[in-house]
Write a protein that binds this ligand. Sequence first.
Ligand code: M6R
Length: 605
Amino acid sequence: MCGIVGYTGCKKAAPILMKGLQKLEYRGYDSAGIAVGRDHKIDVIKKEGKLDKLKEKLKSSMLEGKTGIGHTRWATHGRPSDRNSHPHFDEKQQFIVVHNGIIENYQELKEELKNKGYQFSSETDTEVIPHLLSEYYNGDLRDAILKVVEKLVGSYALAVMYSREPERIFAVRQDSPLVVGRGAEGENYIASDIPAFLEFTDDFYILDDGEIAEVSAGEINIFNSSGQQINKDIFEVDWDAEMAEKNGYSHYMLKEIHEQPDALRKIMKNRVSPGKIDLTEIAFPERIDDIQIVACGTASYAGRVGKYVLEELTRIPVQVNIASEFRYSDPILGENTLVIVVSQSGETADTLAGLRLAQKKGARVLALTNVVGSSIDREADQVLYLRAGPEIAVASTKAYSAMVTSFYMLGLFLGKQEGIISESKGKEMLQNLLCLPELASRVIEENEKTVKHLADRFQNCEHAFFIGRNTDYSLALEGALKLKEISYIHAEAYAAGELKHGTLALVEEGVPVVAIATRKGILDKMMSNIKEVKARGAEVIAVTYSDVKNVAEEADYIINIPEIEGIFSGVLTIIPLQLMAYYTALKRGCNVDQPRNLAKSVTVE
Ligand code: M6R
């Protein structure tokens, strides 16, 4: 949802800004631009399209300044074009702004400004900001920014520069992420997300809503919304720059799929050991009557697996809510309701709003998130970190597996605490959990060839169906999402027993149906559903265990996963489906890491 960067120091700003933008390109990639200050003047270069186009344009320009800001855009107001790209100037070209978020009252502000004679040169909501700065500036830029943000309704992370003070950047946020990096002596940074400048620093200030940072090469000063200077703790990041690189893989997505065994090891480290699960890092409420899971996209599909897992292991009723619906509903949350918000980025606007609504209604919120220091991390009552390391590809893979694994851990911990899981059963289940990293490696090794073949076979199909029952249905939803978001093939997931109530009409000769059959108690039922689609000409790709002979006999293609206790099959099942989506997208010539119309971190509604 747009990435913003800023640099001020002793080096030429443009190449450093471009490096930062490259790391943030996953946040938006329909246009980009940078502004660099020098000699009471700000030079701006912007270009529609991916960052490479801006890079090309930069070759013929002389941007010498040592302070600058940059932006990579995911369009909300105004289609992608040079004109709508950020940064945006006021009319006199004195104030320049990059923005991530949405100014909800921009129409009203634009009208007011137009009536005062201001002329607009873009269709964006952002452009009201530089004009407002020009209106309110009275010798002190910080003061002007504070006045302007008071007028704004919506979400924003802003970086602002002024041509008469071209060596300073101001940064301010409300409901959109923003960090300030403290670099080596005489160099400082700002960014929407930490990976932008991990190459240069591990030390970041994470701005809170309403705070404003004044950043120059020599110092960083942070103020609250009343303009008083405040002291903030430095947040030291333990991710290194390499973790945010492709490390020889052709795409981040492929790298992140391969990182899953390691991600599983990390999430369980010091939490799961033979015979013991320790989640004492979380202060659970004494009594939990019900659990509400709130999340978006892949995180919500992980939540759907979580529902089955938690209900089976704890016997506590669980409901899964799509955050964008939950936030505008009137949920019934008791004082003994535990709300679990799930978010890789920790910045998804709808999930954050769901968290705030739950807290307002008196519920306790536990967050499962990957990004330490994110808004969700800071606002939740309790946090279980996913520890998956930076996830850069827009299609989530390793974070999903970590989310599902956290539900296994929560289920086992609470199930034991509630007295639902016996000592011996608990030990057996922990053993299953501990085997997952090893088994995940095996799944990758053993299936890459098969899924490449399947990608070859089905690359030209227009529709695909994914079916399953129980947790396998939740996995079908995630498998279908992976295929559609990166390969643009229309993929539908159905609870296998539901197909015959309408959707079966769409199954015809040659349509691929991915049938997930790992829940042993209901395999016969899956067999009937496989037969139903086969009878209509579908080509069935079954994901199952090698000893499930009847499914293997009926299916056209088989993806085998290692045998594991039913509830724990989720992580192993999803890996071949991620790989299948990846190789299909590759065959179709799609941009795997940056699919069209999408962005990694959805910080707007
Ligand atoms: O950062 P979050 O986990 O909150 O993101 C939620 C969704 O936007 C995200 O999972 C999205 O569905 C992915 N593109 C799926 O691969």
